[in-house]
Design a protein around this ligand. Structure first.
Ligand code: ZN
Length: 344
């Protein structure tokens, strides 16, 4: 039995992007209700701390931090058409990134084996100097940089299985071989980035891996893709820490996307990544909630991934999927030659 840390706090409901917005407080509310009655051995709840400006600045320009900070106390403000904030959004965003850092500390200090930061707002679209796509600060990018600066790690894997491409995370490490960024996402779709040809630059060439998926892809395509393509790439890299940008908007019930992943599919993706963490990263793996806008799909998927993190089933076989039809898509992706440059 592994020890799993979670961060989940009522204050994550305080950011309000406006009426009718899919990235709404109820996403946290439904998880709080579920966890009020969810008991499992090995689960440890952590109080999140606020990230400091210095930590946010590991990835972001101080001008962006200033812009978000300036919105504090305002009833409403907008960074773009999708990215609106309210009086408490700045505080909530600091607490979201800080919630991830709380769990990174807990894992690195050996208090728990792995963890899941159940926070909002999400982060992976936030660019160095720009809030966008519901995201204010890029928590997972800050977390990757934090692991290097604070703990001296040199190889961080960021797996982003959100429906959308994590443009901000990709750009944070595009020329950086110390962070391997892998993304599966519906394509073409918001935000428009994430073509397979985007593969890093300079000494980071080969350390960005985009696996764009067609609408309609579900478990039978994405699980084999993780087994046959993503797992070997991760193992070539030999990560010292596995971060997951865990959005659940690729779920079949989600209103924003056209992928058809189920909670059982997310279980399989988690198992594959947790095995990589176990074999190469001393088990160190922390997931961060990104998107996921159907409350039932979100709640069920989060519980499935957390159950997997408990570790008792890591050696169980993955479900056998009927791959006919969609397997040709997997093969098309595999025909690309994903060979990482020699570590240096
Ligand atoms: Zn998303």
């Amino acid at each position: 039995m592994l020890q799993t840390g979670i961060v989940l706090d009522a204050r994550y409901q305080d950011h309000n992007p406006g009426p009718g917005h899919p990235e709404r407080a109820e996403r946290i509310g439904t998880l709080l209700s579920r966890f009020a009655s969810y008991e499992r051995d090995g689960l440890k709840r952590f109080e999140p701390r606020r990230a400091t400006h210095e930590e946010i600045a590991l990835v972001h320009d101080t001008s962006l931090i200033g812009q978000v900070a300036a919105s504090a106390g305002l009833e409403a403000a907008a960074f773009d058409a999708d990215t609106r904030v309210s009086a408490q959004s700045y505080e909530t965003a600091l607490l979201a990134t800080g919630g991830l850092l709380t769990l990174l500390d807990a894992v690195m200090e050996g208090e728990v084996d792995n963890g899941f930061a159940l926070v909002r707002p999400p982060g992976h679209h936030a660019e160095r100097n720009r809030a966008m796509g519901f995201c204010l600060f890029n928590s997972v990018a800050v977390g990757a940089q934090y692991l290097r600066e604070r703990f001296g790690l040199s190889r961080i894997l960021v797996m982003d299985w959100d429906l959308h491409h994590g443009n901000g995370t990709q750009h944070s490490f595009y020329d950086d071989p110390g962070v391997l960024y892998l993304s599966t996402h519906q394509y073409p779709y918001y935000p428009g980035t994430g073509a397979a040809e985007e593969a890093g630059q300079g000494s980071g060439e080969g350390y960005t891996v985009n696996l764009p998926l067609s609408a309609g892809w579900g478990d039978a395509a994405i699980v084999p893709l993780f087994e046959e393509v993503i797992d070997p790439i991760c193992r070539q890299f030999q990560p010292e820490f596995v971060l997951i940008s865990a959005g659940f908007d690729a779920h079949a019930r989600d209103p924003l996307g056209g992928l058809t992943v189920t909670a059982e599919g997310f279980t399989a993706l988690a198992r594959i990544l947790l095995r990589v963490a176990r074999d190469q990263a001393q088990g160190r793996c922390v997931a961060l909630l990104e998107g996921g806008y159907d409350l039932e799909g979100l709640e069920t998927s989060v519980i499935h991934v957390l159950d997997e993190m408990a570790g008792g089933r890591l050696d169980h076989p993955l479900p056998a999927y009927e791959r006919q039809g969609l397997l040709t898509n997997v093969r098309a992706v595999q025909q690309r030659h994903w060979e990482l440059p020699a570590a240096g």
